[in-house]
Structure formats: structure tokens, C-alpha cells
Design a binder for this molecule. Sequence first.
Ligand code: ZN
Length: 128
Amino acid sequence: MAARIFEIFQDTFANRCPRCHEGQVFEKNNPYTSHGLKMNKICPHCNLRFEREVGYFYGAMYVSYGLQTALITLFYTLNLFWWNMPPLWLVFIIMSLVIGLFPVTFRWSRIIWISSFTRYDKEYSGNK
Ligand SMILES: [Zn+2]
């Protein structure tokens, strides 16, 4: 179980296909470049179709919601115990982070969503 979670994090941070760990899910590695949010339709290495059906990525919105809620909770807790900023400053900082990190959470949520339904398969990787 821990190895599976580690695998999902590894694929998410490296922008790699969960089935082969080789092909890129998004065309560019940097989410802040032009076309940084453009996905490949299929994995360039193992031909896994990333969008399995129409509306498949609606579920990634729940993952995105969870990631952003975790970020907000983290900053709220840090402020509660250490920073003691005025609430309006905290809201401004958190909203800036949520908006500024949108490309990252968008990509991570989609890769986590794909990874939760697709397992690594040695047959498709380069290390047979
Ligand atoms: Zn692949």
C-alpha cells in the first residue's frame, strides 16, 4: 500500500504515465509555459488512453478540491499557531496561493486521478 502511494506521488511529480512510468501525461513538464496544461491524448510510450471516457476528468475535480483544501488547512494552521497574521492578510495570501498554484493542482489532480485507476505494468515499461 505504501509502495503504491509512493508510486502515485512519483508519477504525479514527474508527469509520468502510471502504467509505464515512461511517457509524459502532459505535453510540457513546466505547467506555467504556454500549453503547459495541454494533455497528451494517449501515452507516447505505451499508448494508454488517458481520458477513458467522456467526462472522465470530472472526478479529478474532487482530487483538486482535496489538494486545495489541504493547502488552505495547512496555512490556516500555521497562522493559528505561529504567524498570527490578521485574518484579511491570511485570506489574501491563501487566495493568491490557490490561484497561483492552479496550474500545478490541475495537473496533479489529473495525474492522481488517472493513477488511482491504472496500475504499473512491467509489460509496458522500458525495463522488461
Ligand atoms: Zn505509458
